[in-house]
Design a binder for this molecule. Structure first.
Ligand SMILES: [Zn+2]
Ligand SMILES: [Zn+2]
Length: 117
């Protein structure tokens, strides 16, 4: 089958770009039905945006696993990994109402006996 260069309009920047015969063949070989909707520039930019997403290393406060989050945590030790985050979310409970997940740690010091009567 013969291909001819086509002029398409990018849906992102509305610029016209050439969909070359070679590319069309490539698309066909890959079994792709749709013509590209973005110009090569925008396609490249999209790719870069995806790969350039900065990840910050964290240690999950729930399971202790090391993980990464796509935002800068205020306190890297007070962050949940994606897994626990979703778990907490789907559980629907507030972080405080952890039922049997782990033994409740008493943050407050036990009543000291310095108040001797
Ligand atoms: Zn474009
Ligand atoms: Zn976790």
């Amino acid at each position: 089958m013969d291909f001819q260069d086509k002029t398409l309009t990018c849906k992102d920047c509305s610029k016209e770009f050439t969909w070359s015969a070679g590319e069309q063949k490539f698309y066909q070989d890959k079994g792709l039905q749709n013509s590209p909707s973005r110009c090569p520039d925008c396609r490249k930019q999209m790719k870069e945006k995806k790969t350039n997403r900065q990840m910050y290393p964290i240690t999950c406060k729930e399971c202790g696993k090391a993980g990464e989050v796509p935002f800068e945590p205020r306190d890297p030790k007070d962050v949940l990994c994606a897994e626990c985050f979703t778990k907490n979310k789907t559980a629907g409970g507030t972080p405080e109402s952890k039922s049997d997940a782990e033994p409740a740690k008493t943050e407050e010091p036990e009543q000291t006996t310095d108040a001797n009567i």
